[in-house]
Structures are given as structure tokens and as C-alpha cells.
Design a protein around this ligand. Structure first.
Ligand SMILES: [Zn+2]
Length: 92
């Protein structure tokens, strides 16, 4: 099972071992023996590793590249709670 999350700055990527900076997205994936499973060992992957592993991809939208983790079951947790301005999904 995969879950997209926004980093609070204290997460280390299990793929490339770098710290995922604050407000950057990462993904929690349940894996067993490198296979994705419903419930298993939880691994954290930064965007780069998600792209590399095929857990995320970029899609073109109105001439812009938009990062997509996966089409359904997406759930983003916001850092610290109440911020809303950060996610500029709407553009003119
Ligand atoms: Zn990584």
C-alpha cells in the first residue's frame, strides 16, 4: 500500500538515504522483499526514488509537468495542520 505524505523535514529516504526536506513530498510504501504488499515493512521514498521505482510519474498538463504519485487512494497529510495556501492546484 502506498501513501503520499508531505515531509516535516525529519524523514530519511530508504532508497537514496537522503533527508527529505521540509514540505517536499515523499511516499510511504509497504514492501516485503522489494514487492509492494498491502501491509508490510514501511519504507520511505523521496520523489526521485518514487520516479525511479515507478511509484510516481510526471504527466503533462497544460504545458506543465505535474507530479503524480498514483491515480487513486491518494492522501496527503499536511505539515503542521492548517496551511492551505501552499497547494496551488488552481492556476489561471
Ligand atoms: Zn530517495
Amino acid at each position: 500500500m502506498r501513501r503520499g505524505v508531505i515531509s516535516l523535514g525529519n524523514v530519511k529516504c530508504d532508497g537514496c538515504q537522503r533527508i527529505v526536506p521540509y514540505a517536499e513530498r515523499y511516499m510511504i510504501v509497504d514492501e516485503e522483499d522489494s514487492d509492494e504488499v498491502e501491509s508490510g515493512k514501511k519504507l520511505y521514498y523521496c520523489v526521485d526514488c518514487c520516479l525511479e521505482k515507478g511509484y510516481a510519474h510526471y504527466r503533462e498538463e497544460k504545458g506543465e509537468k505535474v507530479l503524480t504519485f498514483f491515480p487513486s487512494e491518494i492522501e496527503f497529510l499536511k505539515p503542521g495542520g492548517e496551511e492551505t495556501d501552499e497547494q496551488a492546484a488552481d492556476n489561471e
